[in-house]
Design a binder for this molecule. Structure first.
Ligand SMILES: [Fe+2]
Ligand SMILES: [Fe+2]
Length: 130
């Protein structure tokens, strides 16, 4: 398992907590497929993960815009960095089909980014968009 649900800090917004919980489930399923080097399954869940991340980020961004939250641009900027990393990795995956690179990304990059983003940006944003 890549990320335990209890490792993820709760924020003061139920919608955001729900989005995070869903994403942990999908990313763990994805990590399992990567460890198993199951190319077809990685293909399938990669698409699912990217779609889920988009729902997560776009929902938060819509909430911030509706609330006219003052740090919307900075928070969105951190989403955009991860959007780009995921997109670039997906493009490389489609050509190289290398589970090792995806494994390294999930374990060294995505996991720490996800926890840090939630404890910093989502925690700071949640009370302002409730
Ligand atoms: Fe979030
Ligand atoms: Fe966020």
């Amino acid at each position: 398992m890549l990320i335990q649900q209890r490792e993820i800090p709760q924020v003061s917004n139920d919608m955001m907590n729900m989005l995070h919980e869903d994403e942990v489930e999908i990313v763990n399923k994805f990590h399992d497929a990567v460890l198993a080097r199951d190319i077809d399954k990685i293909d399938e869940i990669f698409e699912e993960l990217i779609a889920d991340v988009e729902v997560h980020f776009a929902t938060e961004e819509a909430m911030m815009e509706t609330a006219d939250y003052e740090f919307t641009i900075v928070h969105k900027g951190d989403h955009d960095t991860m959007r780009k990393k995921l997109k670039d990795l997906h493009e490389r995956w489609k050509i190289l089909k290398g589970p090792k690179e995806v494994k390294g990304f999930l374990e060294k990059d995505f996991k720490s980014w996800f926890k840090l983003h939630i404890s910093k940006w989502d925690s700071e944003t949640a009370p302002n968009v409730a």
